[in-house]
Design a protein around this ligand. Structure first.
Ligand SMILES: CC(C)(COP(=O)(O)OP(=O)(O)OC[C@H]1O[C@@H](n2cnc3c(N)ncnc32)[C@H](O)[C@@H]1OP(=O)(O)O)[C@@H](O)C(=O)NCCC(=O)NCCS
Length: 181
């Protein structure tokens, strides 16, 4: 089992490094090269530091009126290789619905089990907070992530969207899973 712990503002550089490495590896060909090349550790790190400083501890942060907690997964040497966030479902008027906001591993940690441990910790957090079910959004073309979520009991619920928030279109599917009472 990987060590999973809540993020602190002091982790911001590592969070950004993992985030960017994961995106560059997983989204090549799915997002414009120029966008991926332009991602900056300093910019992403500053955003995470600010969010976590405003969250009140235990990895909590807010975005757009919704709140979540950011968890970190470490490899056997104690290095942070994965990040995962879970909280209330964004954009849904369903108080009992949680959401996995993000899950990213640097490519060296793919296939090592850290992702499964992070996903289990994130869903466990939602269960502990009383959510009855959860959703997550995944790129339609992200075959590896879809296979991973399906392995852990998540299923597409038929809802789709085209996310334009990055300035280019991203076709996404919503996945859903019931949580333990
Ligand atoms: C998504 C992610 C957390 C999954 O963690 P992981 O350690 O890679 O997952 P696993 O190796 O346990 O499972 C991946 C599954 O996809 C399969 N797979 C690998 N490459 C694949 C591909 N190109 N197409 C389809 N399936 C693939 C693997 O064989 C494995 O299935 P199996 O266990 O039945 O063999 C990790 O890959 C990651 O961080 N990716 C980059 C960011 C990302 O895409 N995040 C998800 C955002 S919604």
């Amino acid at each position: 089992m990987a060590v999973i712990r809540p993020a602190t503002p002091a982790d911001a550089d590592m969070i950004a490094t993992v985030h960017i490495a994961a995106w560059r590896a997983a989204y090549r060909g799915l997002m414009p090269d120029s966008y991926l090349a332009g991602l900056s550790v300093d910019t992403v790190s500053a955003r995470w530091r600010q969010r976590l400083e405003g969250g009140g501890g235990e990895g909590r942060f807010e975005e757009g009126g919704a709140s979540a907690a950011l968890l970190l997964g470490e490899d056997a040497t104690g290095r942070v290789v994965g990040i995962g966030a879970a909280g209330s479902a964004r954009g849904l008027d369903e108080p009992a619905m949680g959401e996995i906001w993000l899950l990213n591993l640097e490519p060296g940690a793919w296939g090592t089990g850290v992702g499964a441990d992070l996903l289990a910790a994130a869903t466990g957090l939602l269960e502990a907070q009383g959510y009855g079910a959860a959703v997550l959004w995944v790129l339609e073309a992200n075959a590896r992530a879809r296979r991973f979520y399906e392995k852990w009991g998540w299923e597409p619920d038929g809802v789709t969207r085209v996310d334009q928030s990055f300035g280019f279109p991203l076709a996404e599917l919503r996945y859903r899973r019931s949580l333990a009472p």
